[in-house]
Design a protein around this ligand. Structure first.
Ligand SMILES: [Zn+2]
Ligand SMILES: [Zn+2]
Length: 181
């Protein structure tokens, strides 16, 4: 019964060291899907939005989305009466990693965002805010477009968090312009 004599303090220190060596995700977690399906080549089981996009988060209700490269769902902390997220199934860390090639993707995300609003009977697009948090101000490291409406009903705090073209939030239009140049 040598295990019972083992010093508890030492074994705690060991497991903490092991945890520190694997900062992302829980130990033993393996992204098996990645190896098996080429269309999910950059799928990461450690990324919550990758899991949502792969229908592996039953707690998140996916909204109808015409574009099969994208998924749409409600933000868990809505900052406006309408607050949706449009997420590409493909994993991009954030808008810093986007190039000219992704302009079409961004445009498609905006189109999908407008379509969700329309389906929810909101058509005043002038009174809509659509944009991205800029690294390191993204809470989730998987590209996502915030779709907020009506923009004039954002709370004081939300006006800050989603402030147009600040250091931490840029609109989709601004991002597209930036990628073009
Ligand atoms: Zn992801
Ligand atoms: Zn965000």
């Amino acid at each position: 019964m040598e295990e019972q004599e083992c010093d508890l303090g030492k074994s705690c220190a060991r497991s903490e060291a092991a945890a520190a060596a694997q900062p992302a995700g829980s130990p033993g977690e393996t992204p098996t899907v990645a190896a098996e399906s080429p269309e999910l080549a950059n799928y990461s089981s450690k990324c919550v939005f990758c899991r949502i996009a792969a229908h592996q988060e039953p707690g998140t209700e996916l909204l109808h989305c015409e574009n099969e490269d994208l998924v749409c769902f409600k933000d868990i902390k809505p900052a406006a009466p309408h607050h949706y997220l449009v997420v590409p199934k493909k994993h991009f860390e954030n808008c810093k990693y986007l190039k000219k090639d992704q302009i079409e993707l961004i445009e498609n995300m905006v189109t999908a965002g407008k379509a969700i609003l329309e389906r929810n009977n909101f058509t005043d697009f002038e009174n809509t805010r659509m944009g991205f948090h800029v690294s390191p101000f993204c809470s989730i490291s998987h590209l996502h477009l915030h779709v907020l409406a009506p923009a004039d009903q954002l709370s004081f705090m939300s006006r800050l968090v989603y402030r147009v073209n600040s250091y931490w939030f840029i609109t989709a239009d601004y991002l597209i312009e930036k990628l073009r140049t």
